[in-house]
Design a binder for this molecule. Structure first.
Ligand code: BGC
Length: 476
């Protein structure tokens, strides 16, 4: 047993992926409602209109968490329920806010620790229309700061706060690939607007500044009395050189983590972007003003880690195109020796490799001075899961093994390598709206029957989590 007695484990979800109820109680559209309405953007034309209907089933979801013994629940708030138009001079929708206040009360009554993400990709649509949303360097951080303050004030009982989920995805998938809302890209066959060579870096910068602003508000106005912690959640794969004998691949494997994770984490811990990024991107990567740098540097009480998979990395030719976001390299799931990085899943990007998890926890810990880490997402889809019968889906041994192996890799990083990991949230509590893939890809530890009133059936993996963490956490 190697994990601290107060190690917090549970499950994670996100508002747009589970809530449904898109026009209930005064909620206004988010950019995802708008994006889903564009034909061809989401598999089978799906959307979050109903999703798991969690907005109307909070009691059921809490009962589910209790049933599987979860200690904690990470969920996100829908900004456009709370401030429908989003901005700092727009009205607060009390009904939307009250919903979350009550949800937190109910979780606490059930003995479950809430962990709140303020932003999991569902920007109020009005802010995108009004001033370009995440692209606006002046307005966006101020509006986010205001939204954060409204929430901190209303929910003092929450002690774990995450400002942004995966700014990498909000930047690259939404402003380079055009695959996520609002769908910008330089590829004119996909979108009439966008500049993949510049917009992702601008968006990333603005998200960092908005994060810094919200953290300052929390620390100045709430933390002294509420005594919670706040941080940002970053995603990134572990990497291995495609050819471990080639120093250029070794360097590229390092650079891939810099372009995905250190892009955000270096400013948060050091107040500047990685040198490798400045070198490749030049002035397309914004410069921090002195005021911005001061807001961002030192703005994490903990490091929020989302992690799923690993890649082999091969160096590029030294001439990356302007739309390159990865750091002049290519990735693959097999290496030079023909070895596969891990078994296939339903997600083309995801091949389990638990050793990579341990390596990456070490990489982060070394670079950032062994900060407290909360793993805020980790999980897997299963190849062909959606084609099986319910009975078969409930026997999700592949996912059980994934959680087992990843939790043991985490425990080794703590016990043998001295890393400071304090929590773990499995993705996801239940099957849900998997963004551009709609409902085809299931990440849940609970099966949701979309054909039958979104009924929930815990899979084997949901029940496996408690014994798994009981076996790893030291008793007081
Ligand atoms: C996101 C989740 C998503 C999961 C699986 C993470 O990148 O935060 O919203 O469902 O990966 O793709």
């Amino acid at each position: 047993m190697s994990l601290r007695p107060d190690f917090l484990w549970g499950f994670a979800t996100a508002s747009y992926q589970i809530e449904g109820a898109i026009d209930q109680d005064g909620r206004a559209p988010s950019i995802w409602d708008t994006f889903c309405a564009i034909p061809g953007k989401i598999a089978h034309g799906a959307s979050g209109e109903v999703a798991c209907d969690s907005y109307n089933r909070t009691a059921e979801d809490i009962a589910l968490l209790k049933e599987v013994g979860a200690q904690a629940y990470r969920f996100s708030l829908s900004w456009s329920r709370i401030i429908p138009l989003g901005g700092r001079n727009d009205p607060v929708n009390q009904a939307g806010l009250d919903h979350y206040v009550k949800f937190v009360d109910d979780l606490l009554d059930a003995g479950i620790t809430p962990m709140i993400t303020l932003y999991h990709w569902d920007l109020p649509d009005e802010l995108d229309k009004r001033y370009g949303g995440l692209l606006n360097r002046e307005e966006f951080p101020l509006d986010f700061e205001n939204y954060a303050r409204v929430v901190f004030k209303a929910i003092p009982k929450c002690k774990y706060w995450i400002t942004f989920n995966e700014p990498f995805c909000s930047s690259v998938l939404a402003y380079s690939f055009g695959q996520f809302a609002p769908g910008h890209t330089s590829d004119r066959t996909k979108s009439p607007v966008g500049d993949s060579s510049r917009e992702p870096w601008i968006v990333g910068h603005n998200l960092l500044v908005a994060h810094g602003r919200a953290v300052k508000v929390y620390r100045d106005e709430f933390k002294p009395t509420d005594k919670g912690v706040i941080g940002i959640t970053l995603n990134g794969d572990a990497t291995y050189p495609w050819d471990p004998e080639d120093p250029r691949d070794v360097e590229a494997a390092e650079r891939k983590i810099e372009f995905s994770i250190a892009w955000f984490a270096d400013p948060v811990y050091f107040g500047k972007y990685p040198d490798s990024m400045r070198k490749q991107l030049g002035d397309r990567l914004p410069e921090f003003t002195a005021e911005e740098a001061a807001l961002v540097k030192g703005s994490n009480d903990f490091y929020g880690m989302n992690h799923y998979t690993a890649d082999y990395v091969k160096h590029g030719d030294g001439n990356p195109p302007p739309e390159d976001h990865a750091g002049d390299l290519t990735t693959s799931k097999t290496n030079k020796a023909g070895e596969s990085i891990g078994p296939e899943t339903q997600s083309f990007w995801l091949n389990p490799n638990p050793q990579g998890f341990r390596n990456l926890i070490n990489w982060l810990s070394k670079r950032y001075g062994y900060p407290p880490i909360y793993v805020t997402e980790n999980g897997t889809s299963i190849k062909g899961e959606n084609d099986l019968t319910r009975e078969q889906i409930l026997e999700d041994d592949f996912r059980v093994k994934y959680f087992h192996d990843y939790a043991h890799a985490l425990a080794a990083a703590v016990a043998e390598d001295g890393c400071d990991v304090r929590g773990y949230m499995g993705w996801s509590l239940m099957d849900n709206f998997e963004w551009a893939e709609g409902y085809e890809t299931r990440f849940g530890c609970t099966y949701v029957d979309y054909e039958d009133n979104q009924k929930r059936y815990p899979k084997k993996s949901a029940y496996a989590m408690k014994p798994l963490f009981d076996s790893l956490i030291k008793k007081e």
